[in-house]
Design a binder for this molecule. Structure first.
Ligand SMILES: O=C(O)/C=C/C(=O)CC(=O)CC(=O)O
Ligand SMILES: [Ca+2]
Ligand SMILES: [Mg+2]
Length: 421
């Protein structure tokens, strides 16, 4: 597939990808829907007339595409998503003259990504975070509850999750203020208050619900794929000292809702279809409503790099893969709704931290340094147990296609200091 837009061979955004985002520019400050192509953004409302001509499935494109969020477009369902993708691949193709040779329209339709301001791609009504990597759950469980109680008996029977906080989800690039909170400073002593001393990241991905479901009407595992619009990178910043003190018995609360970063470009399930693979074998087999009929894991390479404050260089500290995850995203959505819980367009579900079996594939510092018992070494003798003020963390992810990448771009964030009042 070749586009008339020049796309470098290491780009995350070739014609095979076409992820959706929301952006604005200096000339037009209204946030609107765009698609990433190479290092450019195609401004979708600017080509409304081409949509009217080629995509009859999309009614009223002028209004849908100029929304400041993807919610309405996502709610229209798979036939519209597929027709739009097919049209975009056609209109951006090197062989299609319609936009290629219309110089006036091209000037309006394309913006370099470096000149645009990106916004949260959706209005996120509800956010859920799962706990779906067996390696991660075993590691965290061993540290919080001891080796013998690492995996609770329910873990292999259902995708464990908790309801997160949608209000504090921020876009990649936003700074995160170190949270204050309660933590234990010594065993059998009352808690103390102050800035978290065990600030961590969590390497996750997250899926956006496109088409929701009615209250009382579960989404079956077969139908789940038709409800999921696409996937982003997610960093579930976590204060481990706050978390380990507060979580009993209701689960994560203030240790995880002071900021959750996501990447700006939503990669569609259609673009990811060629990278479906078999996930880990599930023993014991899950109950009927959680049984997959075919491959349900995605082969997405993931990396985390950290730049210590004052340093010029990032060091890659994790290489993992979404396919390591025990519970698939379709199992997560089927389970989320099996009791009749409704979901809505723009709801976001985090996969949970994605760790692999090897020491270099652990998705959090908690695991890499084993709760601060070990240190990671950076250049010039700089060491880290947890994240310090001024440190920057970047998640990235990509599928390796045949001569191209289907990439997710980056999910970046920097930690700012805080002081106890
Ligand atoms: O109590 C525990 O075992 C740990 C819970 C979490 O860390 C919740 C979480 O964010 C899960 C995840 O990202 O996998
Ligand atoms: Ca998490
Ligand atoms: Mg969070």
């Amino acid at each position: 597939m070749k586009s008339f837009i020049e796309i470098s061979s290491d780009s995350h955004f070739p014609l095979e990808n076409l992820p959706y985002g929301v952006f604005s520019t200096a000339n037009n400050q209204f946030p609107r829907i765009g698609v990433a192509i190479g290092d450019q953004i195609l401004d979708l409302p600017s080509i409304t007339s081409l949509f009217e001509k080629h995509v009859p499935e999309l009614k009223n494109p002028a209004s849908v595409l100029s929304q400041p969020s993807l919610n309405l477009f996502m709610s229209l369902g798979k036939p519209v998503w597929q027709a739009t993708r097919k049209f975009l691949q056609y209109i951006l193709s090197a062989d299609t003259p319609e936009l290629r040779d219309n110089h006036e329209l091209r000037l309006k339709a394309f913006t370099p990504q470096k000149d645009a301001t990106l916004h949260l791609p959706a209005t996120i009504g509800d956010y859920t975070d799962f706990y779906a990597s067996k390696e991660h759950a075993t590691n965290v469980g061993s540290m919080f509850r001891g080796k013998d109680n690492a995996l609770m008996p329910n873990w292999v029977h259902l995708p464990v999750g908790y309801h997160g906080r949608a209000s504090s989800i921020v876009l990649s690039g936003a700074n995160i203020k170190r949270p204050n909170g309660q933590r234990l400073s010594a065993k059998d002593q009352p808690p103390v208050f102050g800035p978290s001393l065990k600030l961590d990241y969590e390497l996750e991905m997250a899926f956006f619900v496109g088409v929701g479901n009615e209250l009382g009407e579960p989404i079956s595992i077969e139908q789940a794929k038709n409800h999921i619009f696409g996937i982003v990178l997610l960093n579930d910043w976590s204060a481990r000292d706050i978390q380990s003190w507060e979580y009993v018995p209701l689960g994560p609360f203030l240790g995880k809702n002071f900021g959750t970063s996501i990447s700006p470009w939503v990669v569609t399930l259609e673009a990811l279809e060629p990278f479906l693979v078999q996930g880990p074998q599930q023993v014991p087999p899950p109950l009927e409503y959680l049984q997959e009929r075919g491959p349900s894991a995605y082969n997405i390479n993931l990396e985390v790099k950290l730049k210590p404050s004052g340093s010029n260089d990032y060091k890659t500290i994790t290489r993992s893969n979404l396919k390591y995850m025990y519970w698939s995203i379709t199992q997560q959505l089927a389970h989320h709704t099996i009791n009749g819980c409704n979901t809505r367009p723009g709801d976001l579900c985090g996969t949970g931290t994605i760790s692999g079996q090897t020491d270099d594939s652990l998705g959090s510092l908690l695991e890499i340094t084993w709760n601060g018992q070990n240190e990671i070494e950076f250049e010039a003798g700089v060491k880290r147990k947890f994240i310090e003020d001024g440190d920057e963390v970047v998640l990235t992810g990509y599928c390796q296609g045949d001569g191209h990448f289907i990439g997710f771009g980056e999910c970046a964030g920097k930690i700012l200091p805080n002081r106890a009042k």
